[in-house]
Design a protein around this ligand. Structure first.
Ligand code: BG6
Length: 453
């Protein structure tokens, strides 16, 4: 297998791709003969590149010395179509090229997608119908609906849909894979999973990190395209979809698409930018790009009539935390003092993977009032070692031709439709500058009240 990463000097390679490949290597999940070719524009050699990657890795890498012999650096301006002649010769000369998979992983800004894909196709490094040749696109796929449509057209004119993998690594996360299990293997949840019983749903993805070295890409995306269009919308689709008619990839995606087709976002949308963003590398001094976004959305389908879905994501928050909180409506409480708190089902995605069910029960002792209680299940505690990282699972799926955890074109298309509408109205919304999490959360509270944050 020849695994080629375009844009390999970016954060993603050291943060996610190399650790995932290393874990697969340690698990003996990679083919015996494999090579990882890392393409970047910087004038590095193998040694310098590997040194830089190694410095960014955290955790135990006992077999790094062995593993690194499979990695090489290839300097090339991948935005220049002329450069692909030499690259083709290089690929054809690799012993791993003879048999096995060729996987091209585009970890670049989306504007490079058509250039790279076109050149690979023209040089017959990616040929229609050869299932050993596959191309993987980091999200976001495109910059807006128009560009995404044109990139997609370009691809499907020359290769099969089954050779295209549009990655959204949230779908590889253990607890996102768990959503369908929780919903469709429990009568107690699925029978009340609707607007009659659920008051609101909140999906949160907070990060403490800033944009770091990714300013060049991030400023053209912002939280709306970097996180909302993909990770949060995909999470929402899994939470809100109707039960599929079967468990095939196709049937599940058909139901997810219906959610995205009927997604309506209500005004106002809250945009924030962390204080100091304008001083980051690669950010224009007058940038109005949001690093925080919160929205109230509705899924206009019978199941969800009137149920708000609050979607919130931001960088430079006080904590890295991702979770889904389903808050149920009040019961018809017979007790004089009423129901102390609402029932809540929390699906924890990060840092803990777990499920918490909050309910009410009798307070202990000689009293006759209720108090909130929690059933707390720690998912990650039951896994030997760590549960696999999302990228590990997804790379393995690409190797095994399994696209079920990748996004289908119509999911992306519908997500862009919603985001394009929001982007158009964005300049009319205020941009709140925040120093920390509590400052921007106070803004959200002003709009939607305490129960959301
Ligand atoms: C990526 C975004 O897709 O997801 C990043 O581009 C973000 O900006 C990252 O930091 C968050 O992923 P995770 O798995 O670390 O929560």
């Amino acid at each position: 297998m020849l695994f080629t990463i375009f844009g390999a000097t970016g954060d993603l390679t050291a943060k996610k791709l190399v650790p995932a490949l290393y874990a697969l290597y340690m698990d003996e999940q990679l083919p015996k003969r494999f090579a990882v070719v890392c393409i970047g524009r910087r004038a590095y050699n193998d040694g310098v590149f590997l040194e830089e990657v190694r410095e960014k890795l955290s955790g135990v890498y006992d077999k790094w010395e062995d593993f690194k012999t499979h990695i090489s650096y290839y300097q090339m301006d991948f935005s220049n179509p002329e450069a692909y002649g030499d690259f083709e010769a290089f690929v054809r000369a690799q012993p791993q090229n003879e048999s096995g998979d060729k996987i091209y992983y585009l970890a670049t800004a989306p504007r490079f997608f058509p250039i790279i894909a076109k050149a690979l196709i023209e040089h017959r490094l990616l040929t229609r119908g050869d299932m050993r040749e596959k191309i993987v696109f980091e999200k976001p796929f495109g910059e807006d609906l128009e560009s995404a449509v044109s990139y997609n057209r370009l691809l499907l004119e020359s290769i099969e849909e089954s050779q295209v993998y549009r990655i959204d690594h949230y779908l590889g996360k253990e607890m996102l894979q768990n959503i369908m299990m929780i919903r469709f293997t429990n009568k107690i949840f699925e029978s009340i999973w609707n607007h009659e019983n659920i008051e609101h749903v909140k999906i949160v993805a907070y990060e403490s990190e800033t944009v770091k070295q990714r300013g060049g890409y991030y400023d053209s995306a912002g939280a709306l395209k970097d996180m909302m269009q993909n990770h949060l919308f995909q999470t929402l689709a899994l939470v809100a979809m109707d039960p599929p008619y079967g468990l095939s990839d196709e049937l599940i995606k058909n139901q997810k698409v219906k959610v995205l087709e009927h997604l309506r976002v209500e005004s106002p949308i809250i945009f924030g930018q962390y204080d100091g963003y304008l001083d980051e590398k690669g950010i224009p001094p007058t940038s109005k790009t949001e690093t925080f976004v919160a929205m109230k959305a509705f899924v206009d389908r019978p199941r969800w009539l009137g149920t708000p879905f609050y979607l919130v994501t931001g960088k430079k928050m006080d904590e890295k935390r991702a979770e889904i909180v389903i808050t149920f409506k009040d019961s018809n409480c017979l007790f004089e003092k009423g129901q102390p708190d609402k029932n809540k089902l929390t699906i924890e995605i990060f840092p803990r993977e777990g499920i918490i069910l909050q309910f009410n029960g009798k307070a202990p002792g000689l009293v006759s009032y209720a108090m909130p209680m929690k059933m707390d299940y720690c998912h990650m505690c039951n896994v030997m070692g760590n549960s696999p990282e999302a990228y590990e699972k997804l790379i393995l799926d690409v190797i095994h031709d399994d696209a079920s955890l990748f996004t289908r074109w119509d999911e992306i298309e519908n997500a862009w439709r919603v985001i394009d509408r929001i982007s158009k109205g964005k300049q009319n919304e205020p941009l709140h500058i925040y120093k920390n999490q509590s400052e921007i959360e106070a803004v959200v509270r002003d709009y939607w009240g305490d129960k959301i944050i």
